[in-house]
Design a protein around this ligand. Sequence first.
Ligand SMILES: NC(=O)c1ccc[n+]([C@@H]2O[C@H](COP(=O)([O-])OP(=O)(O)OC[C@H]3O[C@@H](n4cnc5c(N)ncnc54)[C@H](OP(=O)(O)O)[C@@H]3O)[C@@H](O)[C@H]2O)c1
Length: 223
Amino acid sequence: MKIGIVGGTGGMGKGFTLRWCINHDILIGSRDASRATSAAEEYAKLANEIYGKVNGTIKGNDNLSIAKEVDVLILSIPYENIDSTCSQILSQIKDSCVVVSPIVPMVKTELGFEFIPLKENKPFSYQLVSKYMKNKTKLVSAFHVISEKKLVDPNLSLDYDIFVCGDDTNSVKIVNELINEIKGLRPIYLGPGSLSYFAEMATPLLLNAMIKNKLKNPGIKIV
Ligand SMILES: NC(=O)c1ccc[n+]([C@@H]2O[C@H](COP(=O)([O-])OP(=O)(O)OC[C@H]3O[C@@H](n4cnc5c(N)ncnc54)[C@H](OP(=O)(O)O)[C@@H]3O)[C@@H](O)[C@H]2O)c1
């Protein structure tokens, strides 16, 4: 499978790449093609050091170019940039492409971490991205509560749940499989995309719990 990562030069993009390059071809996207190429080279070198040999390739290009050719597209960009980025690329993806939003609408204030849609009466990420989708059922929300620090180190032992929301059974299945490929992660389906705010809200909840209680590396696990 070809997996594209818009904003793949960031921490999450690096983590996704190092996890999924074992079995898939990864295309790193950036606003700047040369930045994407440099990141891809760096990740390929790291993957080689970690695993020796992987089945997938890691390449980089501008966000639009990679978005046009992939089977799964991860939107690894800040909430504030959804409009400017998605309006350019989502009309150009393949009809079969599954789009994944890990985007957390969160801001740090004097109280702690707060959820922007509640604080500022704005749409949650899934709502905002879905405005730009030709086929809205291909959008799946996932990966909000796993930190980049845990993804980038394949030697860390993980035991966490990942909330998943989406409307199309097959698209959700594809994302569930990608979650299952990361050892120690379990997909937990929460419901349709319109309930994605529950998953998005879990991140500020987790970060506040971590900071106020001095917890180290917390994650979410339903028992
Ligand atoms: N970090 C975490 O642990 C974590 C955990 C769960 C979920 N998330 C979510 O995952 C997403 C990615 O997280 P991240 O920490 O990797 O984000 P990030 O490092 O802040 O940004 C990712 C990439 O977004 C691109 N970007 C920055 N400003 C932009 C703009 N104005 N327009 C378009 N693209 C822009 C940059 O790529 P270029 O400059 O190369 O274009 C950057 O490398 C976020 O939505 C975050 O809420 C993060």
